[in-house]
Design a protein around this ligand. Structure first.
Ligand code: C5J
Length: 222
């Protein structure tokens, strides 16, 4: 068992061979100007700041031999998996499926729906397309994790309070021991990120744990 002694709210123990890293939605549509995030009025520069952290985290997880799953929030070109409620919500400057500077917004196969190059999947790593905020909804994630014998999940990616938190909650309900890497996740809203970290680890880790990349790395080297 590896142990992150200074995880919050208390030490996180994890069997490295049964632990996977899930990196949520590090896509151009969320991190770069002209994509889905910006059409909703967000400052995408906030999210781009965690790219070096995610690069370091990927290096640590790859060195430890952990399975890595990269998710992408996107929709089929005919939008058959995009409920009208999702497409019509709010007042974005471009809606899901509309043509934008990086292709059709949040549509599978378009440049904007790709993962940013510096944190892209390596051959052999899993790329999971998902139509919802949570990565278990309408995907094969549970079967993938069960077939790999995974019991513990590390999380990173964007945005902390939407797709990352939703997926952690889905995973927690399915019995996985979940830990969110604090410096490899980000929100368009600083207060939402810190509130999410607090929510996850409140009440004795009601949803899971949080820790830094450095703390994970130290745990893997002792
Ligand atoms: C959002 C996500 N925020 N990946 N998606 O719509 O968090």
């Amino acid at each position: 068992m590896a142990v992150i002694a200074d995880a919050l709210p208390f030490a996180y123990e994890f069997p490295v061979a049964k632990t996977a890293l899930i990196v949520i939605d590090m896509q151009r549509d969320f991190l770069e100007p002209g994509g889905f995030g910006e059409t909703l009025g967000n400052d995408v520069g906030r999210l781009a700041r965690i790219i070096p952290g995610v690069v370091s985290l990927l290096r640590v997880a790859r060195a430890a031999g952990m399975p890595i799953i990269h998710t992408r929030e996107n929709h089929a070109p005919d939008l058959s998996d995009c409920p009208p409620a999702k497409r019509n919500r709010g007042n974005p400057s471009l809606r899901i499926g509309d043509p934008g500077p990086m292709g059709r917004i949040l549509v599978r196969g378009e440049p904007g729906a790709d993962i940013v190059e510096s944190v892209a999947a390596l051959p052999g790593e899993i790329v999971l397309d998902k139509p919802g905020k949570g990565a278990f909804y309408a995907t094969d994630l549970q079967n993938i994790l069960q077939s790999l014998g995974i019991t513990h999940l590390l999380f990173a990616g964007v945005t902390t309070e939407v797709c990352v938190q939703t997926t952690i909650r889905e995973a927690n309900d399915r019995g996985y021991e979940c830990l969110l890497i604090e410096d490899a996740t980000e929100s368009y809203f600083a207060s939402f990120k810190s509130a999410t970290l607090d929510m996850i680890r409140a009440q004795g880790g009601i949803v899971g744990w949080t820790a830094t990349i450095d703390a994970l790395s130290r745990a893997l080297h002792t």
